[in-house]
Design a protein around this ligand. Sequence first.
Ligand code: ZN
Length: 352
Amino acid sequence: MSRVFSVHVAMLYLCCIGAVHADSSTHAFVLGSIEAEAGTTASGYLEVPRGVDQATRIPVSVIHGARPGPTLALVAGTHGYEYPPITALQRLRGSLDPARLSGTILMVHVANPPSFLGRTIYTSPVDGKNLNRVYPGKPDGTISERIAHTITTQVIERADYLVDMHGGDGNEILRPYIYMPVTGNGELDAKVRGMALAFGLDHIVIDPAQLADPAASVFTDQTGLSRGIPAITTETGQMGSNDDYWVDLARDGVMNLIRHLKMIDEKEIPNQGVVWLKDYEVIRAQATGVFQASVRDGYAVAEGTLLGELLDLFGEPIMDIRAPFAGVVNYVVGTPPVSEGEPLAMISKIAE
Ligand SMILES: [Zn+2]
């Protein structure tokens, strides 16, 4: 089985390598079995063949502009319960006119189909792994690792810019924000900052992100950054909602990013009034039980403010959860169940 599988992977590699230099506007852009001529949009699947566990297929679109320009990769559905970015990309696929586009947009509509179709938060129902912790993946690993490997080699490594689009997971009440990695590489960081501002959300979390070993990048955005590709992670949505309010935040963010990258002939809308955040901390459950939040997303809290109470499964109090420092609540868990080690809330300090 593994030998057959690696032959498939080798063929995918060859296919991919053959297409790498074909992305100027006069040539078709080939992604897996999809071929988009200049000035057209094409959609299809990236096949992830069966390996140690089941196969899956990742729905993708290529919007290949009529004119040359950068390649922008947009990845939605890394966590399958985070719907607004998925819906935003579906709508953008229909509304973006490739005849007016300079460059190419690669859309990963649902990066993690097992999680999406299985309605799981955080992890895959097949292998129990978090797709955003297994990059750059492995061609012979479990399904999440094979998905990561496919996205790394076929999408991320062919991009000039990368956005990993998330939201609050199915249990998270979240104030929309962007993680803006700061790597220490000035040229890369300047591009990342431009992307973060262009996406238009008014909370930006400064994320100290030393460049990872490309072979052990762990996160989607680090997979780009460690390969010299500017990348941000966006958070729009919460609690499994697919309301237009959240979808529009994601869609409008992509549209303004496209303006910023000069991929369409429209003026970038300047982002005014950003709240810059730093030193974020994820507060984790020290015991399994029930969480009752006493704050909401976006609350400003003083050090020691009660964030919520952890109860046991009989409803008896285990401990109070308090803010470790003064800051802003980026998200807080909004449904009862928590297992030891899982996030309860994320808080950031306001940067000077
Ligand atoms: Zn997520």
